[in-house]
Design a protein around this ligand. Structure first.
Ligand code: HEM
Ligand SMILES: [Cu+2]
Length: 602
């Protein structure tokens, strides 16, 4: 009862003392916490640490591409003593597999849902916590075994080596790739744990958003962050079971002798031919049926958060609130019928390819509406040039570049040429790093007061932004050119192909840029931890924003609101004539009807 009815729960000022806010010990406060904010912090810390790990893997990949078969300085001798300190082809395969797996499953998805979803959902809808706090805690505790499994997948048997897409046959035959031995099994267990963790999160988010909104918080008064989290959670709830089941089928092929994905007659390492009657392509269908929607799971929440931050930093209402909601829903809906665009090169029936192509290109429409609306929000606004705004603008502009290359690839004849080249790598990094991560950088700074009660340093954040932005573009833009020149992805050595020899210098340039970008993250880490302890204390509403989280203290106490919020209007009333001498109008501020009429009459 007390969790499901926030308005009653906190209706009286005595309610607090009444329902047992006794001091919790260290373990219950920091480890097995059921408080959504603490779980958000746990996810934030863990995913940032994983970002570091994934980043180091990436630098390994870049080292090999820039200087193939050269001894790696500093660590080479320790990591690859048997290879004379150079990255072996097997290790390279492990590095790109684990880089992508860590970044997708342990960084981007959980930082959006786990860290920001957890912090923001109850706060922005005016609830004291999630609907199922224990389930919420479990979702974090199912995430940790996933890290252990991925760790095992990195170190044993040379490491998982079938790519983050885990395509059969590489992934199902024990001897097909070095890490296809037990490492690949650990990888599959890891994905299963992440899946269970995310599913627990999704159920919680959907229930909380539907049932626990504060009085007056109608659906169309919800901030776009909440809409994005809701749509993402629904997407996740429908798509994820497919991946989890497919993963279990792959595990069963590996461990129990089934042949879902193994055709008959394959011979590996002179072993006897396999006896299966399975379909390798079936995996691709199942995998992309989840993983195409998953690319939106990795983007929509950031889109929502950027919309909220942009409106606040431009001191203007978001341009086209309802079209923003409907385009997110459209993107999510269309996301379910376009998975085949990852398989054009698999020899599909041209009629089917045509269908997938049309559906995919249609996604550009709602995406363009959103872009137009973000620009419309900035247009004529009073832009506050802090690092939050800069990161948000980077989000929008990098999304445009990544979205445009997506439209190229959506066309079958173009994709057949650039599929599996560096062009693809350029595309998804523009979207996933260029968009999502810049959005996350902005969000970390913007909501830092609600995580830790303090402000981050804006000057350091600006330096971090500039260096990351330059490093990012110098690293990833040239990948478009490499791809068009025919450089394949996932090759340990492209230089032995005579037609690619001239690409060496460009690859070296990109690796230097990646090092610059990697080092810039020291600024983020420093700013983050120093501000956590020494940053200036934030009041309730340091950005003069409207949504409910700014009505709670910074950081919000257990139960979130000292005064139960009541919502009177939407969250985007910036520079509104109703707001008097301020340029913002919090959702909790009541404007008498007479005053509304007066403003309407003008
Ligand atoms: C305008 C919207 C978009 C279009 C038309 C589009 C189109 C495509 C197409 C056709 C491919 C397959 C290319 C190939 O493998 O040959 C692809 C790959 C990819 N896209 Fe997009 N995309 C769009 C937006 C996004 C977004 C929003 C994300 C992520 C948030 C994303 C992430 C990815 C990833 C990760 C891959 C590569 C998967 C892999 O093979 O490892 N895309 N995209
Ligand atoms: Cu896709």
């Amino acid at each position: 009862m007390s969790t499901l009815n926030p308005s009653l729960d906190h209706a009286s000022p005595h309610g607090h003392a009444g329902h047992g806010h006794h001091e919790l010990g260290f373990v219950r406060t920091y480890l097995f916490s059921t408080d959504h904010k603490m779980i958000g912090i746990q996810f934030l810390m863990t995913t940032l640490l994983m970002m570091l790990v994934g980043g180091l893997f990436a630098l390994g990949v870049r080292w090999q591409l820039a200087w193939p078969w050269e001894r790696m300085p500093f660590y080479g001798d320790k990591l690859f003593p048997g290879e004379g300190g150079q990255i072996s082809p097997e290790a390279y395969t492990m590095l790109f597999t684990m880089h992508a797996s860590v970044m997708t499953f342990l960084v981007v998805i959980p930082i959006l849902g786990g860290a920001f979803g957890n912090l923001l959902i109850p706060l922005q809808i005016g609830a004291p916590d999630m609907a199922f706090p224990k389930l919420n805690m479990l979702s974090y505790w199912f995430f940790l075994p996933a890290i252990v499994c991925f760790g095992m997948a990195t170190v044993i048997d040379g490491g998982a080596a079938a790519g983050w897409t885990s395509y059969p046959l590489l992934s199902v035959l024990r001897d097909a790739a070095p890490g296809s031995r037990d490492a690949q099994t650990w990888w599959l267990f890891g994905v299963t744990f992440v899946g269970v963790s995310s599913m627990m999160g999704s159920i919680n988010y959907i229930t909380t958003i539907i049932n626990m909104r504060a009085p007056g918080m109608t659906l169309f008064r919800m901030p776009l962050t909440i809409w994005a989290m809701l749509i993402t959670a629904i997407l996740q709830a429908f798509a994820l079971p497919v991946l989890t089941s497919a993963g279990l089928m792959q595990l069963s092929d590996r461990l129990l002798g089934t042949c879902f994905f193994i055709p008959a007659g394959v011979i590996v390492n002179n072993a006897a031919p396999t006896v299966g009657g399975g379909q390798p392509l079936l995996w691709q269908h199942l995998f992309w049926f989840y993983s195409h929607p998953a690319v939106y799971i990795m983007l929509l929440p950031a889109m929502g958060m950027v919309s909220d931050m942009l409106a606040c930093m431009c001191r203007k209402p978001i341009f086209g609130y309802k079209p923003m909601v409907f385009s997110m829903a459209t993107i999510a809906g269309l996301g379910f019928i376009v998975w085949g665009h990852h398989m054009y090169a698999s020899g599909m029936n041209p009629a089917l390819g045509m269908t997938f192509m049309v559906a995919t290109i249609m996604i550009a429409l709602p995406s363009a509406i959103k872009t137009f609306n973000w620009i419309g929000t900035m247009w004529g606004g009073r832009l506050q040039f802090n690092a939050v705004l800069l990161n948000c603008v980077a989000f929008v502009s990098m999304f445009v570049i990544g979205g445009l290359s997506g439209i190229f690839m959506a066309a079958v004849p173009v994709d057949v040429y650039i599929h599996d080249t560096y062009f693809i790598v350029a595309h998804f990094h523009y979207i996933l790093f260029g968009s999502t991560l810049f959005g996350v950088f902005a969000a970390i700074q913007f909501w830092f007061p609600k995580f830790f009660g303090r402000m981050m340093n804006d000057t350091v954040a600006k330096c971090h932004f500039v260096l990351t932005f330059i490093g990012f573009n110098l690293t990833f833009f040239p990948m478009h050119l490499l791809g068009i020149a025919g450089m394949p992805r996932r090759y340990a050595d492209y230089l032995h192909l005579p037609y690619l020899e001239h690409l060496g210098p460009m690859n070296q340039f990109m690796t230097y840029a990646a090092m610059l970008m990697g080092s810039a993250q020291i600024l983020l880490i420093g700013n983050f931890f120093l501000s956590m302890f020494f940053g200036p204390k934030a009041g309730r509403n340091p950005w003069h924003a409207n949504s409910l989280e700014w009505f709670a203290p910074s950081p919000p106490p257990h139960g979130n609101f000292d005064v139960p919020p009541i919502v009177y209007h939407g969250p985007y009333e910036y520079s509104s004539p109703l707001s008097g001498d301020k340029d913002y109008l919090p959702q909790t501020e009541y404007v008498p009807l007479a005053q509304r009429r007066q403003v309407d009459a003008h």
